[in-house]
Design a protein around this ligand. Structure first.
Ligand SMILES: Cc1ncc(COP(=O)(O)O)c(C=O)c1O
Length: 364
């Protein structure tokens, strides 16, 4: 079974360099590391394999904060980050760090000037996401990176929604740390990596302690099949990037055009600044949980809502963008990917249109 998963004599441990089987596995891991590095535009030793973006983000934020606390105790992030970042910042706040959370503008983009204004003499790190997971809004990374470099502050980017799908080019853009997960690009779950730029100023404290794997930053036996899967997925998605982007952009446009001709539709996040892989919208008068329930058998839709103490809390991302009322409580997210076809889009639009009709009849 294992041999089918990774195509190697996979029972061996990559850390066991005194026998051939161990050396073969180690070679495969290093090949995968080089592939990931080539696709991201960095060098192999700058890639640390982790269990996914959540762990990478924690390693980046907690790692930098705890290793450099004597130089400063201030971090900057945004109000629309994934919980992995926000909860990690909360934990650092509880441990005596100060965190500035920048609000986005109404279009979901963070103004780089707001980040520049938040930088203090004790700021250690800025953490921003590249593409938002709820709205698809793309943040102005180049401008933010230029500010961080100019002001001598480290920059971490959560690229869970963008790595592979968008060209990032770490050799051209001064990002210090970058997190990603394989399962966002059809790779296996439970594997991701953290890019850590090789520069003398960048010190990180590990989250866990043990062996010397992953340059001492992430101890534990390496999951060969997961790592090989991550590299294969990243290579594949990068190879087809332009073609996939065009196809997915067409599919999303078809969806918007067809659905808006049948029901009234509000889009959250202007299409020209959002990833074509994500669409966030609301239908006036229809709440997200009702629409999601009505379509659940046929379409996987999500709302950024969270259920706490029996009440539905709407998306903090959309709330931070200033949405309220129907738009806030009706917002749903759909995703598009390389495996969808125009026929899938027709079916999805039919399913939503029928659901809206049923809901309107019920409340009439
Ligand atoms: C933007 C973003 N960041 C971080 C994560 C966390 O990734 P994972 O659950 O793979 O650790 C996700 C997952 O949904 C995400 O969309």
């Amino acid at each position: 079974m294992f041999e089918q998963l990774d195509g190697t004599r996979g029972f061996a441990n990559a850390s066991s360099q005194h026998h051939e089987a161990g050396r073969q596995v180690a070679e495969q891991i290093e090949r995968a590391r080089s592939t990931v590095a080539r696709e991201l535009g960095c060098v192999a030793d700058e890639i640390i394999f982790t269990s996914g973006a959540t762990e990478s983000i924690n390693l980046a934020l907690r790692g930098v904060a705890l290793a450099n606390a004597q130089h400063g105790r201030h971090l900057i992030t945004t109000q629309i980050e994934h919980k992995a970042t926000l909860a990690c910042c909360d934990s650092l706040h509880d441990e005596g760090f100060e965190v500035t959370r920048i609000a986005p503008r109404h279009d979901g983009r963070v103004d780089p000037a707001d980040i520049a204004n938040a930088i203090r003499s004790d700021t250690l790190l800025i953490s921003v996401m590249h593409v938002n997971n709820e709205t698809g809004v793309i943040q102005p990374l180049s401008e933010i990176a230029a500010i961080a470099e100019d002001r001598g502050v480290l920059l971490h980017v959560d690229a869970a929604q963008s790595a592979g799908k968008f060209h990032i080019g770490l050799s051209q853009i001064p990002i210090d740390l970058l997190s990603l997960s394989a399962h966002k690009i059809h790779g296996p779950k439970g594997i991701g990596c953290l890019f850590v730029r090789d520069r003398p100023r960048l010190r990180i404290r590990p989250l866990t302690f043990g062996g010397a794997q992953e340059f001492g930053l992430r101890p534990g036996t390496l999951p060969t099949h997961q790592i090989v899967g991550l590299a294969a997925a990243l290579e594949l998605v990068s190879r087809n990037r332009d073609q996939d982007q065009k196809q997915v952009t067409r599919l999303r446009a078809q969806f918007v055009e067809m659905l808006s001709s049948r029901v009234s539709l509000n889009l959250h996040g202007a299409l020209d600044v959002t990833s074509p892989y994500i669409l966030n919208f609301s239908i006036p008068g229809i709440s997200s949980d009702v629409l999601i329930n009505q379509c659940a058998a046929d379409i996987a839709m999500a709302s950024g809502a969270a259920c706490s103490s029996g009440t539905v809390e709407p998306s903090y991302v959309l709330r931070a963008m200033g949405l309220e009322g129907d738009a806030l409580y009706g917002a749903v997210r759909v995703s598009f990917d390389r495996y969808h076809t125009p026929v899938d889009i027709n079916v999805a639009v039919d399913v939503i249109t029928e659901a809206v009709k049923r809901i309107k009849e019920l409340v009439a």
